[in-house]
Design a protein around this ligand. Structure first.
Ligand code: YXS
Length: 275
């Protein structure tokens, strides 16, 4: 008797893990970053789910969206997933890269997005907070911009975000030192709208969100759209834009950029040579 044939159909691919939880209460939406075992790193999959989550909540009638992590996290987000940074010699933050696409998606989201922060925030996740319309953080939160620690030249639109939010000198200090900024400094810098005790974070944030959700949605959307257009960064001519790209290319073509990523993966301090 012939042996039963096994189906040659390839096994269906496992469904992608859910990294972003979504909830809509009335007109207030919530997106929760839920990938703690990877310190809520901004992986491509997580960023795709975040963008889709924004679109779905807006489609379903949200007038405001709260972006948060699970209650009690030590690390709100460890920033871009370093394992997904492109291999050296390729711009890690070009216009079409997932992180830059996400940041524009948040800024272009028709309704206000409030970052509700507790714990530590790193690298691209700081820029994600910057791209939100408001930030409410607990008293113990910190924000660190670490590209210089890894050997990344950052990028023009990102640097402009920080200059707009905290001023030129404090933006320079944040980037040059890569030091975590305390929430009190961040509040004084204008980086966060409010800092509150951890036990008050949810109540305070959702009171703020509720107040926005009850206002005229078309007016709020039109005002957000105008803010977006009016703060698109400094006007620069074509030659300046090309010069910025040339400056950045020298960095991500460098041995230091490769060394920064390699050192992180090997869990050792980087040895930068300036080459
Ligand atoms: O050893 P395992 O496999 O468990 O993995 C470790 C870390 O390698 C991993 N991990 C990350 N993996 C990918 N991308 C990351 N950003 C990342 N951060 C951490 O998570 C596991 C636990 O990490 P560990 O042992 O260091 O935990 P910890 O509690 O001692 O320290 C938590 C942090 C967040 C202080 C520490 O992990 C850290 O400093 N992470 C790097 C934060 C950072 O510099 N992020 C910026 C990424 S680059 C980026 O966002 C932009 C491109 S830019 O640089 O331009 O801003």
């Amino acid at each position: 008797m012939s042996k039963p044939t096994t189906s040659s159909a390839a096994a269906a691919p496992a469904p992608a893990p859910t990294l972003i939880l979504s909830q809509l209460d009335g007109r207030v939406g919530t997106l929760t970053i839920a990938h703690e075992d990877k310190l809520n790193c901004l992986s491509h999959a997580l960023m795709d789910q975040l963008m889709a989550g924004l679109d779905t909540l807006v489609r379903d009638g949200a007038n405001v969206i709260v972006l948060r992590a699970n209650k009690g996290v030590k690390v709100w987000s460890a920033g871009h997933d370093i394992n997904e940074l492109p291999e050296p010699r390729r711009d890690p933050l070009s216009y079409g890269d997932p992180l830059e696409t996400l940041l524009r998606h948040v800024q272009d989201c028709p309704v206000p997005v409030i970052a509700m922060v507790e714990g530590t925030v790193w690298g691209g996740a700081c820029d994600l907070c910057c791209s939100c319309d408001m930030v409410v953080a607990t008293d113990g939160s910190t924000f660190a911009m670490t590209p210089a620690k890894i050997g990344i030249p950052y990028n023009a639109s990102g640097l402009i975000h920080f200059v707009h939010h905290i001023g030129l000198n404090k933006a320079k200090e944040m980037f040059f030192t890569a030091r975590p900024t305390t929430v009190t400094e961040a509040w004084n810098n204008g980086f966060v709208n409010h800092h509150v005790p951890a036990e008050d974070l949810e109540r305070f944030t959702y009171d703020l969100a509720g107040r926005i959700a009850r206002n005229a949605p078309l007016a709020v959307r039109a005002i957000k759209a105008q803010f977006r257009l009016l703060t698109r960064g400094a006007l620069i001519d074509a030659e300046t834009a090309e010069r910025i790209q040339a400056i950045r290319r020298q960095v991500y073509d460098s041995a230091d950029y490769a060394e920064g990523i390699k050192a992180f993966k090997e869990k050792r301090p980087p040895v930068f040579t300036g080459k």
